[in-house]
Unconditional design. Structure first.
Length: 153
């Protein structure tokens, strides 16, 4: 895998993770009959706290969404592990070329940490994660439809 392929796939995964979170927030806003108001560009005035604007973590959003939908539309919590590893992990490579290795460590206890995530990042793994995230977004959209919600018109 070239550096360009790596950067492209990693960027696509990142973008899809952002899309997934927005989908969750939109479904939760619609389910709770909250507005999806966005501030105007350079608006300095406060806006209402909603599922779109609140500080819920991705894990909290998934749990709240999963309580609303049937099991076939539930989102796998692995998404949080993946996102956290990509956001807070350490990329290590014995040489300046791919494949890389991604580690994430736990918070220290008594000066020691554990390995919470350890994955070789090759092209197939990146493609698999991208596919997984896209299928999770589709579950969210199908779950919204099953609830009679149309968060994206």
């Amino acid at each position: 895998m070239t550096q360009q392929e790596y950067a492209f796939l990693l960027g696509r995964i990142h973008g899809n993770l952002l899309s997934l979170e927005l989908c969750l927030r939109a479904v939760l806003c619609h389910a709770h009959k909250e507005p999806m108001d966005l501030p105007s560009p350079q608006q300095q005035q406060p806006i209402q706290e909603t599922y779109l604007t609140n500080f819920d973590t991705l894990g909290q959003l998934i749990k709240k969404y999963n309580t609303l939908v049937a099991s076939t539309h539930k989102v796998d919590g692995y998404i949080v592990i993946l996102r956290d590893a990509l956001a807070h992990g350490r990329i290590i490579a014995p040489t300046p070329s791919t494949p890389y290795r991604l580690f994430k460590f736990t918070k220290p206890e008594k000066g020691m940490v554990k390995v919470a995530f350890d994955q070789v990042i090759d092209k197939q793994w990146l493609v698999d994660q991208d596919t997984f995230i896209k299928s999770s977004i589709e579950k969210i959209m199908n779950g919204a439809r099953a609830l009679g919600l149309t968060p994206f018109r």
